[in-house]
Design a protein around this ligand. Structure first.
Ligand code: CP
Ligand code: NVA
Length: 327
């Protein structure tokens, strides 16, 4: 398998075999890291990390992974660079390609990262757009594979806002890997027909399955993985909160949902999560809407069935695999 020079913009661009290869590579690099075996294979390379939205996991994962591979990294924050304000995406791509060996981009529309890649001479990696979050998917797949020992046939039931980056990407990931994806939500929050049709076509070739439900109990019965994400994503306006809470409150992940899924079911969330009142935003929502939690209860989040911190750790090992393979 040779992925040298390839961009990593969305999972749709990768075959199931290529995704499996990246997961195997991530597992190997994780093992090396745990054993304390150095793997600084790229001492002469440098990567640029562009963040037009904030981040904890993705930024840290790229920086630690780059360092472990022996590379230098430069972080461009949401306000300090010229990108988009004084300099076009195309010009930025050309400039950065002269200095760096790879470019990570987190921002708004998927078209921006696609444009950056088109004008760049070095690999571009999508660190999250409104539509897709592909590096998160590798971490999620690795976490599921570690827990269940395989991916094929695993039933992942996704609660809440299924039409944004995480929901869209999980549907693609499940279709690619022959898994069963169920989205359960208010109809307004289902992925677009275009993406759904594409995923159904992919699932037909991989043995996967795609379903949509409005009833949380019917949807989650017997599921292996219950997954969710925050109800209002980065970049969305504050005035959507009220409607979002009204629409998605029936789709909170509770212990009843976990029990309905079954004894072996696990909980996953890309994080950050509003599961308690230990955030400024959580307190604001409590004052305005009276909620103690949102997409998941603290009981589920902190339970033994929650894989969220394994998932967060795996961001680093999988992002390292992407850089290792494409550079
Ligand atoms: N899951 C994820 O992308 O987290 P950050 O926003 O902290 O990078
Ligand atoms: N849907 C979330 C994912 C965060 C990792 C957002 O875009 O804010």
């Amino acid at each position: 398998m040779n992925l040298k020079g390839r961009d990593f913009l969305k999972l749709l661009d990768y075959t199931p075999e290529e995704i499996e290869y990246l997961l195997d590579l991530a597992a190997e690099l994780k093992d090396k890291k745990k054993r304390g075996e150095a793997h600084a294979v790229y001492p002469t390379k440098n990567v640029a990390l562009i963040f037009e939205k904030t981040s904890t996991r993705t930024r840290c994962a790229f920086e630690v992974a780059a360092h472990d591979l022996g590379m230098g990294s430069t972080y461009l924050d949401p306000v300090a660079s010229q990108i988009g304000h004084k300099e076009s995406i195309a010009d930025t791509a050309k400039v950065l390609s002269r200095m760096f060996d790879g470019i990570e981009y987190r921002g708004f529309e998927q078209t921006i990262v696609e444009e950056l890649a088109e004008h760049s001479d070095v690999p571009v990696w999508n660190g999250l757009t409104n539509e897709f979050h592909p590096t998160q998917m590798l971490a999620d797949l690795l976490t599921i594979r570690e827990h269940f020992g395989h991916l094929k046939g695993i039933h992942l039931c996704y609660f809440g806002d299924a039409r944004y980056n995480t929901g869209n990407s999980l549907m693609v990931a499940c279709a690619k890997m022959g898994m069963h994806f169920t989205a359960v939500s208010n109809k307004k929050y289902f992925p677009s027909k275009e993406l759904t049709d594409e995923c159904i076509r992919i699932a037909e070739t991989t043995g996967g399955q795609i379903d949509f439900f409005e009833d949380p109990i019917a949807a989650s019965k017997g599921a292996d993985v219950i997954a969710t994400d925050i109800w209002v994503s980065m970049g969305e306006p504050d005035d959507v909160w009220e409607e979002r809470i009204a629409d998605l409150s029936p789709y909170k992940v509770t212990m009843d949902i976990m029990d309905n899924a079954g004894e072996g079911a696990v909980f996953m969330h890309c994080l950050p999560s509003y599961h308690d009142l230990n955030t400024k935003m959580g307190v604001k929502i409590k004052e305005k809407f009276g909620l103690d939690d949102m997409e998941v209860t603290d009981e589920v989040f902190t339970s033994e069935r929650s894989l969220v911190f394994d998932e967060a750790e795996n961001r680093m090992h999988t992002i390292k695999a992407v850089m290792y393979a494409t550079l």
